[in-house]
Write a protein of this length. Sequence first.
Length: 335
Amino acid sequence: MRWPWQQLREAGIVGMNARNGHYIARYNERRLYPLVDDKLQTKRLAVEAGISVPELYGTLYTEHDVRALEGLLAPHPNFVIKPAHGAGGEGIVVVRGRQGQDYLRASGAPITLGALSHHVSNILSGMFSLGGLPDQAMIEYCVDFDPVFAPITHHGVPDIRTLVFRGVPVCAMVRLPTRESDGKANLHQGAVGAGIDLHSGRTVGGVHHNYPVSHHPDTGAVLADFPIPHWPRLLELAARCYELAPLGYLGVDVVLDRRYGPLVLELNARPGLSIQLANGRGIGPVLQRVAALPQIPEDPLDRIRITVPDFDAARAAAEAPGAQVDAELAREFYF
């Protein structure tokens, strides 16, 4: 008889202990963690490298700064408040409009200025930060997500998580907000993850609360075979982030904005393992193959070709006239 853990290992599933011991501890130098754990520093490095990120409207550092919150928010009907050192989507508030004196969250629920100020105070106190240390509150541009995702998501901004190992993209998924996740693309808070085939850029199925699903729980949309726009460009962006923060085991989160295109939302030195469930396969074999390579190419495009040998053909096809995904056709197909 084979034990369940033996079956998982044979299926190539990487568990928490293997992720922490074989990959994070071995390939992520501790001195580099601040590059991704501090979202303010990540944003600065990305801007310096010419990588597009959501605009930073302002940062609050002390309790005294909270008094300026109303004036800081006044020019922006839509915005996001997040902790600079947060993790797992905790502490993020997405605002998508106003209703009288109140603000409207992504779910449509109203929230007062006083409640937002109290939330910022909680961020500053370290309530949502790694290690519970005092933090900073970031106010930034709220992504106006590409309408191509409208058929398969609820209110909020979907993002694309790519797992990059030694600078090589090895696995990806799109995280789709739900009513339960309050517009956040975080699986732990109830978002849906849909795996993405690296070669075609099409979704391959989904996961919700660690259980396989074939449809979005709110919209009822089919999760498989949905084309991700700008896919070759997204792969290149993920690979380039290895130069931004040279961590061997890295999660790159990108959003698609209707005006600005792909924007890097954040980097993660401890990306979770649900990406395996979203794709319906383990990442062990591909990680072992990349780990066995004696040398990793410096060119991001050469690194992509390790796991996507037909990348050049896919990029040429994506750049051909008329190759962009038509959002209206996508809606007609999925509704």
